[in-house]
Design a protein. Structure first.
Length: 348
């Protein structure tokens, strides 16, 4: 398994990362254990979770993904063999995640509460990568910016205050490194400047959506990722399954995330089907599985540190593994960019 350096740290992570957000609902604990065992056997020892998971978020399953990962790591005595990443929630009305029933915020008090609970859930003394799941300030998130830029005066908890809280955790040994998620170029640079000016922890990564249908990371953030060594941990590399073609023409196969939870709206835009058809044709042209083709496009980007995938079953997991066998060629690159030039970012 290819390893890549995480930011400016001395930690190397595999090019693929196992995403666990479906553990505890769509994926049972028994199936999750099979997946984690298979990934560890393949050298994929990087696992990503969050205090909010399972997704879709709800009080009954909040934190269950972390608990499943923690129980597995403890039973396998695997803590020193794996790299654990989790996240603290940004501003949201999900009051069930906080003991006083308040909205989640990136305040020192809430970060302290969240990290202590995550450590308990994960059955560990330290977290390798602790990420801010989304900003505390108001920004358009999760495809919400398709109608244009919206400016918000409320900037939320000061970045310096949040970083200072993370600094305490790093000094205590409870967190090794810190990262961002669902951030903007402005936000990343504000964090980098604050860490430089006030000698606070430097963010090492940014976890944003990136795939053939959404290459918006390339406008602004990719340059930062490379020049500042804040690499992308790409999520949704297959567009929540859209790039397999199973949702074309309103398809809604039983057991799919769309059928179960109706949460595919980000990939149901006017030009999405046309773009998917073109990428499916490319996968066929190059004799590749569509999901594997989409995965390897993401994995081969120079600004990607690790490509976060999710799999509902072992068959899907084998397709993910097989993606690494695709030799990405100049011909593939040109073909993908030709489609992108005609239909740019239909699902930002």
């Amino acid at each position: 398994m290819e390893k890549r350096r995480l930011g400016r740290t001395d930690l190397d992570v595999p090019a693929l990362c196992l995403g666990t957000m479906m553990y505890g609902d769509q994926i049972s604990e028994a199936d999750a254990v099979l997946q984690m065992d298979a990934c560890l056997d393949r050298g994929i020892n990087f696992l990503d979770t969050a205090e909010m998971y399972t997704v879709p978020p709800k009080p009954e399953t909040q934190g269950e993904s972390e608990r499943i990962v923690g129980r597995w790591a403890a039973s396998r005595k695997a803590r020193d063999k794996i790299i654990l990443a989790t996240k603290v929630a940004g501003r949201s009305p999900a009051a069930y995640m906080r003991p006083e029933g308040e909205e989640t915020r990136l305040t020192p008090e809430q970060i302290r509460f969240a990290v202590e609970r995550s450590l308990k859930n994960l059955q560990t003394d330290y977290i390798d990568l602790y990420q801010l799941h989304w900003p505390d300030r108001q920004v358009s998130l999760f495809g919400g910016g398709r109608t244009g830029y919206m400016h918000y005066e409320d900037k939320g908890v000061p970045i310096e205050e949040t970083l200072s809280a993370l600094d305490d955790l790093v000094k205590e040994g409870k967190v090794r490194h810190v990262g961002l998620s669902n951030e903007t170029p402005y936000g990343v640079m504000k964090f980098l400047n604050a860490s430089r000016d006030q000698d606070l922890p430097r963010v090492v990564s940014i976890q944003n959506a990136y795939n053939l249908l959404n290459r918006s990371f390339e406008s602004g953030l990719a340059e930062i990722a490379l020049e500042e060594q804040v690499g992308l941990l790409a999520y949704s590399p297959i567009g929540q399954g859209a790039l397999t073609g199973k949702y074309l023409d309103g398809g809604n196969p039983p057991g799919s995330r769309k059928a179960l939870f109706d949460r595919l709206q980000r990939y149901e835009t006017p030009m999405a089907d046309e773009a998917v058809r073109r990428y499916l044709a490319l996968a066929k042209q190059f004799d590749a599985d569509p999901a594997a083709f989409a995965m390897q496009f993401v994995t081969t980007r120079p600004f990607v540190t690790s490509n976060i995938f999710g799999a509902r079953n072992m068959d899907q997991l084998e397709v993910i593994f097989a993606s690494l066998d695709i030799a990405w060629t100049d011909e593939m690159e040109k073909a993908v960019n030709d489609v992108h030039g005609r239909i740019q970012n239909p699902c930002p």
